[in-house]
Structure formats: C-alpha cells, structure tokens
Design a protein. Sequence first.
Length: 227
Amino acid sequence: MQIIILAAGKGSRLGNLAYPKALTPLANGETILGRQIRQIQKLIPETLIHIVVGYRKELIIEQYDKLNFIINDSFATENTAKSLLRALKPSQGDILWMNGDVVFHSEALETLLNTGPTAMLVNIGRVAEEEVKYRLNDNGDIAETSKEVQNPVGEAVGINYFNEKDARLLQAALINCKQNDYFEKGIEVCIQNGMQIHPATIPYDRCVEIDFPTDLDRANQLLAQWE
C-alpha cells in the first residue's frame, strides 16, 4: 500500500504563514501532520508514508526526515489534483491518501480501511457551501462529489482508499485535470466512467477539516473529548 499525505499548502485562511498548514499546532501539543502520522503508524506500522510538500517544505522535511517526500514547487498554482498525481506511482498497489489539514479520530481511519476495496470517508450532516460534498446513487455508492453537489448527504472529509486497479484509473483521470482542480475532480471522472466507490460513513464529530480558525477551535474541542 502507498500512503500519501498532501501537505504542500500555506493555510493562509488560518492567518499564520510562518509554517505550512499541516504544521498547525493543536491544543494537545501535536501538529495536524504529526497526529496524522501517529494515527497512520498505529494502524499500518510497516508502510512508508509519502508526504507531498511545497510551502516552507524544509520545516516538514526536517521534522520527519525518515519519511518519503515529493516536492511540489508549483504549490502556489496547483491544487490537490496535481499534488496527488505527483505522488502516484505506476505500480503503487492500493493507495490511502488524505489532505494534510484533517484532524480525525482513530475510528475514522479504521472505518475507511474496513469498508471495502475502494471507498471515500464521508460524514452525514449539514455542509458549508465551500466544503466538498457528496450524494449517493440508488445502490448506496458515491454518485457525485464536488463543492457544487446539490442536495448533498454530507461532507467528503478528504481521506480516501482505492485499490490498485482503481488507483491506476484515478491516476489517468488526474492527468487530465486542470492545475487548480481538487483531486475530487479526478474521482468524479472515475465515477462517470463507471467506478464503484463505497461511502465509509462516520459521525459528524469524528473528523474536522481545518480551513478557518473556527475549524481549529472545533478540532481542539473534539480532541479534548477523544483523548
């Protein structure tokens, strides 16, 4: 399995540009990235983690020098579709990837890994306009995922698991994505081409994507409950 964390971004909406968004400190003393790595290594201890870095990349590389790094020097003009594409290898096996700004309960990752061969981690509930949303088809699989989904079921939280065959198809779809596309655009193309993607559903309070200071406050409140 190849594990990828997309951590190239600035996180300017959080208001601190002294470090990459993934190194944002949490109230428990960890950073977002540090907690992600700890949670991954607890469940999948023998797999090398690949981190896509860009903004202030040296800060991440210095802290986690035993991991594998993919440099995205075009982080200012590229979005997550191209960052993910940079990390994918032609024969990588199954892939587990996540945005580097997600704080999640260990149960969330367990749910994703136990759901099926190709799945998206999602929650159920109200979703803000700027978040990536999803809806299901009649079979209960993911029918659509983007920021423009109408009548969504909930939020796609930015953590996904694809088997080797579907990962190759995703890689091909990402090649045709635009520079500013999110990786969900590649997933959308895969769905349109007939790929079956299962929803790995978690409660709303098991995962937080950190975009704004209010998200960080909520994540810290949840961490106090989780730990």
